[in-house]
Design a protein around this ligand. Structure first.
Ligand code: SF4
Length: 301
């Protein structure tokens, strides 16, 4: 899609072959990064950090440990997680079809993507919220996707550059590479817009937007290395209400907010390496946590 150029490298000819030559400073930093990469792979089995991992750690370090370090399967899967993922898949299919053939998927076609996602789930492992079951969630999905098809977000102005686009690169010295999966990237003449879709119980307050914005600030840093155009950031928040609603919440990064999110990532990575994991029990974290039993039996070390 787009190419990342490294200004501390040059192309040389040798024996008729073109070689990318890195200068000494970048070689040194890459050797450091390799060591960091080895650490993250040893600790987590992955070659990267993600926003999901960072935010899990910030909400509950012990849950982070169970999931990313111990790699224990969850005791149940929250129906909310499957629901959000199924809505995401339906929207992804919509934009993929728009990009491939300039054709808008129908509601029925989007619902069949939603159903496919549920068909792979072991239902006895799923924990539904109070008053919810597969039927009530399917009705809700239909109303939400109907609203999506009416909303301007389903008629993007500009060229679709990427859907569920993965970017993995280094952002900070002494930190592992970062992996981001960008839901939707649209390019116009004067900017690139990254949209991240969220499902939420109610409309987001300014506080909700601020609390989630670190993810988009991070995506900004990853994306700006690949384009000369300004990068715009927005959440498309879809409510799971009786009459679903979609609001576009733009997020504007500043040098201070970017620096703050970098510092957060750095601090979380330092904490992960020290192995200092502890529970943060509260109703919001624990009600959907798939490690409740494991957590209550955890001896403290
Ligand atoms: S049950 Fe609560 S405190 Fe325990 S690991 Fe899960 S989120 Fe953390």
């Amino acid at each position: 899609m787009v190419t990342c150029h490294d200004q501390r490298s040059r192309v040389a000819e040798a024996g008729g072959r073109r070689l990318l030559v890195l200068d000494d400073s970048i070689m040194d930093s890459r050797q450091t990064r390799e060591t960091v990469q080895e650490i993250v792979e040893r600790l987590t089995g992955r070659s990267y950090l993600s926003w999901s991992a960072i935010s899990t750690f910030m909400k509950c370090p012990l849950k982070y440990r169970f999931h990313y370090i111990d790699q224990e399967p969850e005791e149940f899967i929250s129906a909310n997680l499957i629901f959000g993922s199924a809505i995401h898949s339906a929207i992804e299919s919509f934009y993929s079809e728009l990009l491939a053939s300039n054709r808008r998927l129908s509601l029925d076609a989007m619902m069949s993507v939603y159903d496919d996602k549920w068909s792979n789930v072991e239902l006895d492992q799923v924990e539904f919220g109070k008053g919810d079951d597969q039927t009530t969630l399917k009705d809700l999905a239909k109303r939400m996707l109907e609203r999506f098809l009416e909303h301007e977000i389903s008629r993007p102005v500009g060229n679709i550059l990427g859907i569920e686009e993965s970017i993995q690169q280094s952002l900070l010295d002494d930190c592992p590479e970062f992996l981001a999966i960008l839901d939707l990237i649209v390019e116009t003449e004067d900017s690139i817009t990254i949209t991240d879709f969220k499902t939420a119980r109610t409309r987001w307050s300014n506080q909700d937007v601020m609390a989630a914005s670190g993810q988009l600030f991070l995506y900004h840093e990853l994306a700006k290395a690949m384009t000369d155009k300004p990068v715009r950031l927005q959440f498309a928040v879809m409510t799971k209400t009786k009459t679903p609603d979609i609001t576009i919440q733009e997020v504007i990064p500043t040098a201070e907010t970017i620096n703050r999110v970098r510092q957060i990532i750095y601090s979380v990575w330092q904490s992960i390496q020290t192995g200092n994991f502890f529970p943060i029990p509260n109703a919001m974290n624990c009600s959907t946590c798939g490690y409740r039993h494991r957590c209550s039996n955890w001896p403290g070390t």
